[in-house]
Design a protein around this ligand. Structure first.
Ligand SMILES: [Zn+2]
Length: 314
């Protein structure tokens, strides 16, 4: 099996390495050992095959072509409980729940802005390691395994992803000493696969990727198009939902016994919609297939021609 590639956006990498360096330096000043730290990467995924895939399908590690880290949440310093060999959080004056809420809200906010991103597992640093490392048994038992199970249950992803930041081996003394330098660090990438085995995905590449975009429904065009569809479907629209990864679904009643589930992928309309028939009686679902809803999209374009409101202001 070819391992999925991991790519980190340069701006995200700067944020991660600044945090890693900050705690490494703090530790060195206090006790001569650098401190570990934790961060929450948010990841877009691309699959090897362009297949009719719905937000309800099960995805294994082998199906992934690339993980693209497009954002990161750095936990507020007041919660950090970091040592030279462990990293956890404590809430001090607040309740555990309040702290959890701060973390959850921050991640939700980020995903709302970029819905194609998923939170797959926290990342952390092994600032004492040079060149390479591997997840400790604590990393596997307390991060990778629980998140793998959570991802499977909530997202249909039968894996978790862990980034561990280590020192970049370098002959250049100046680079090593200036730990704030983003080139002083590298990201070792690991995944826990469907059999709960650790897979080494190698080092992350720091590069721009084309995985980040505004989903159709967040654009003015898409918003208008959806409103038109809703008005057109009226009572036949049973449900209209947003899903992780930037998906949208319309559940449309065909007759009292059958409905059609139309799923708009994150890159709709440049990526085709998918439809599935659903029996309203037995709740059985038919096979997912690509569906050309180009006609409906054209309807919107006609609306644009007839409606001067959408002319771009000068
Ligand atoms: Zn670790």
């Amino acid at each position: 099996m070819k391992s999925p590639k991991v790519i980190i956006e340069p701006t995200v990498w700067k944020n991660i390495t600044a945090e890693v360096a900050k705690w490494a330096i703090k530790g060195k000043e206090k006790s001569s050992s650098p401190l570990e730290c934790v961060f929450y990467p948010l990841t877009a995924i691309s699959l090897r095959k362009e297949q009719p895939l719905t937000p309800f399908d099960t995805i294994n590690l082998a199906d992934i072509e690339q993980f693209s880290i497009g954002s990161v949440f750095i936990p507020p310093e007041k919660y950090a409980n970091y040592t030279a060999y462990s990293a956890s959080f404590s809430s001090e004056n607040e309740t555990e729940n309040t702290m959890q809420e701060v973390f959850t809200k921050a991640i939700e906010q980020e995903i709302k802005l970029q819905p194609q991103l998923y939170f797959l597992c926290p990342g952390h640093s092994h600032p004492f390691a040079v060149g390479t490392t591997s997840p400790s048994s604590t990393d596997i038992e307390h991060h990778m395994r629980p998140y793998k199970r959570k991802n499977e249950e909530l997202l249909g992803f039968r894996f978790s992803l862990a980034l561990i930041i280590v020192q970049e081996p370098s002959q250049n003394d100046a680079v090593v000493k200036s730990v704030y330098n983003q080139y002083a660090w590298r990201a070792c990438c690991f995944a826990l696969d469907e059999n709960e085995k650790v897979q080494n995905l190698g080092f992350a590449e720091i590069a721009n990727s084309n995985q980040y975009f505004t989903p159709f429904y967040q654009s003015r065009q898409g918003n208008t198009w959806e409103s038109l569809q809703k008005a057109f479907l009226a009572d036949r629209l049973i449900e209209h939902e947003r899903w992780p990864g930037g998906w949208t679904s319309f559940l449309i009643k065909d007759n009292p016994e059958n409905a059609t589930l139309v799923m708009l992928p994150p890159k709709f309309p440049s990526q085709q919609a998918i439809k599935q028939s659903i029996s309203l009686v037995t709740k059985q679902v038919g096979k997912a297939e690509f569906w050309n809803c180009g006609r409906a999209y054209k309807n919107y374009n006609l609306g644009e021609v007839n409606n001067a409101r959408y002319v771009r202001p000068k």
